[in-house]
Design a protein around this ligand. Structure first.
Ligand SMILES: [Fe+2]
Ligand SMILES: [Fe+2]
Length: 284
């Protein structure tokens, strides 16, 4: 039976933001350099770790949102959920193309995918609302990272052009749909305590896993002893001024505010910026 959820909270999503499915082709092939960020294995494998995590990660996001599809009557919300799912599915498709390239080069992608699947399997043991809380947490981390992609020029500096285009497109769409799951969570009556509990849990799993996979990839690639890569890599991630992880800490922690909403940071301008610069790449 259909359970109707009333609109309990109003989304702060700016009127100009319209979650849109876009099909792209970045022309990824084996001419992508082996270490495609600044010729640095550490930074490159850091991104590869993200890329392999997305395979089951984005499936989890889609499933946790689809769990509520039959409970929602409002057509606008259903359209937004559908666009969200199509965006995430296409992200996975594009990252699978990258994953196939790195697998050819010796990265044991199925092994890493299996590890992530096991970790997410823990999330799947919880109820629907709790799974959605996990998704909201992951979407928030992704939105913070994506904001960096546009606001910190250091992120894409020295990145191979096609790879930069792939990540920038993904980052733009993560910004565009950053409130879809959060608004759904509020709408179905998700509580603050559950939201922050699962956010804490997600952070305790997510960050160690990213670095575990990064270092395992470096080890398997016989690059773990390459000392020269570490300082530029640590600076890329953790430098207080330019480090893409260090700089997001305040935004990440803002999730603990009871009044938090993803659009408290209004970065809709980045979507427009991407469309103006790259709109002609869209194939549909
Ligand atoms: Fe995504
Ligand atoms: Fe997302």
């Amino acid at each position: 039976m259909k359970r109707e959820y009333s609109k309990q909270t109003h989304s702060k999503q700016p009127q100009v933001v319209n979650v849109t499915f876009r099909k792209l082709d970045f022309g990824l092939d084996d001419t992508v350099p082996r270490y495609w960020v600044r010729d640095n294995p550490f930074i490159t494998h850091f991104y590869h770790a993200y890329s392999v995590m997305l395979v089951d990660g984005e499936k989890f996001l889609i499933d946790s949102v689809r769990n509520f599809k039959d409970d929602i009557d409002d057509q606008d919300t259903l359209d937004e959920i559908s666009a969200f799912c199509r965006q995430e599915a296409h992200h996975t498709h594009q990252h699978n193309l990258l994953n196939a390239i790195i697998e050819e080069r010796g990265v044991n992608v199925p092994f890493y995918v299996k590890i992530v699947k096991r970790a997410l399997g823990i999330g799947r043991l919880f109820g629907k609302k709790q799974q959605l809380a996990v998704t909201c947490a992951l979407e928030h981390l992704t939105a913070c990272n994506s904001h960096e992609g546009f606001s910190n020029s250091n992120v894409h500096e020295g990145m191979e052009k096609r790879m930069s285009q792939l990540w920038l497109w993904h980052q733009m769409e993560e910004i565009e749909h950053k409130a879809v799951c959060f608004d759904l969570y509020n709408r179905v009556g998700g509580s603050y305590l559950t939201r922050v509990f699962f956010f804490t849990l997600v952070n305790l799993f997510f960050w160690p896993l990213v670095f575990l996979l990064t270092f395992h990839m470096l080890w398997a690639d016989k690059q773990i002893g390459n000392i020269r890569q570490y300082w530029p890599g640590i600076s890329y991630l953790f430098s207080p001024r330019k480090g893409c992880l260090a700089r997001i800490i305040p935004d990440v922690l803002s999730y603990y505010k009871p009044s938090f909403h993803p659009w408290d940071v209004n970065d809709a301008e980045f979507i427009e910026q991407w469309v103006n610069a790259n709109g002609d790449m869209v194939l549909n």
